[in-house]
Design a protein around this ligand. Structure first.
Ligand code: FAD
Length: 257
């Protein structure tokens, strides 16, 4: 077996390698599993790619790649697996539009290859997108686009079917009550913490990265307050922290060639 070098990551940072790897995996692995993308799946995929074009703060070549894919997808009503694969390849004639060929996990690297990686990258990507939508959208008080697009992606494409069912349960229960972009940030944060709580100590839990209620105090000291002797979250501080943590300026290009 090959030995994967350990890449030292800082928990305070977001790594572009994880975000690009998650995008690569969604498009070239999960969405490429189908012999045929029917109208429903295609519409979910269009929404997802369009979201990336609008809100992913990527490197120029990656953004060009995503824009080309978005334009290619737009008029399509029916796509075969082969056509999809062809559309996804890097075109040697367009060197300024490309997505990396291999995944590279940095903040999401597991202590063993079977731990972390893609699901960690996918959470990170969607948290980032909820924040970028809140920062960039001119319609801050209108309902978010990111959450419904994420719901569609998870339901139709996420390979862990048990996870997808759990997530769909939470979405059906309360996602429609999210009124604005800040609400979307908080909804995803609190649902991710619920998942962390449920998975504590599960066999899929990387012992080197135990599931915690996030963010821990060393990442955000003001996020937790004591009320009547009880530890509580301060949602205003959470929002401030998310908008800094998942900002463009906190995304690092370490290990990217
Ligand atoms: P992850 O939970 O993947 O988190 C990634 C990173 O995000 C963490 O390292 C931390 O930096 C940050 N983070 C942690 N909590 C939060 C938070 N609340 N808000 C913002 N950032 C945070 N696995 C199952 O076994 N059963 C399931 O039902 C299941 N459901 C899932 C549903 C979804 C939608 C997804 C994307 C994944 C699901 N998984 C499930 C996988 C599981 O949640 C983890 O992704 C996986 O176990 C890897 O864990 P991790 O330690 O890398 O941290």
């Amino acid at each position: 077996s090959t030995i994967v070098p350990w890449r030292v990551a800082d928990r305070k940072k977001v790594y572009m390698a994880d975000l690009e790897s998650a995008i690569l995996y969604t498009l070239r692995v999960e969405a490429a599993r189908f012999r045929h993308l029917d109208k429903e799946r295609l519409s979910v995929l269009k929404q997802y790619v369009n979201l990336l074009v609008k809100y992913f703060p990527g490197r120029p070549a990656v953004m060009n790649y995503l824009r080309n894919l978005d334009l290619w997808l737009k008029p399509m009503t029916n796509v075969s697996g082969n056509e999809w694969e062809e559309a996804l390849g890097n075109n040697p004639e367009l060197p300024h539009a490309r997505l990396p060929e291999n995944t590279l996990w940095v903040g999401c690297q597991g202590s063993k290859p079977e731990f972390r990686g893609f699901p960690c990258g996918l959470w990170t990507l969607f948290h980032l997108l909820t924040v970028q939508e809140a920062l960039l959208s001119p319609y801050r008080s209108s309902p978010p686009e990111v959450l419904p697009a994420m719901r569609g992606y998870i339901k139709y494409f996420f390979g862990c079917r048990e996870c997808a069912e759990h997530f769909e349960g939470m979405a059906a229960e309360s996602m429609s009550r999210v009124k604005n972009k800040d609400g979307a940030i908080l909804w995803l944060w609190s649902r991710h913490n619920r998942v962390n709580y449920r998975l504590q100590g599960a066999p899929s839990d990387d012992p080197k990265f135990p599931k915690i209620q996030w963010p821990p105090q060393d990442l955000c000291w003001s996020c937790q307050i004591i009320v009547n002797g009880k530890r509580m979250w301060d949602e205003r501080a959470i929002l401030r922290f998310f908008k800094a943590h998942f900002s463009r300026g906190n995304i690092y290009l370490d290990f990217i060639k």
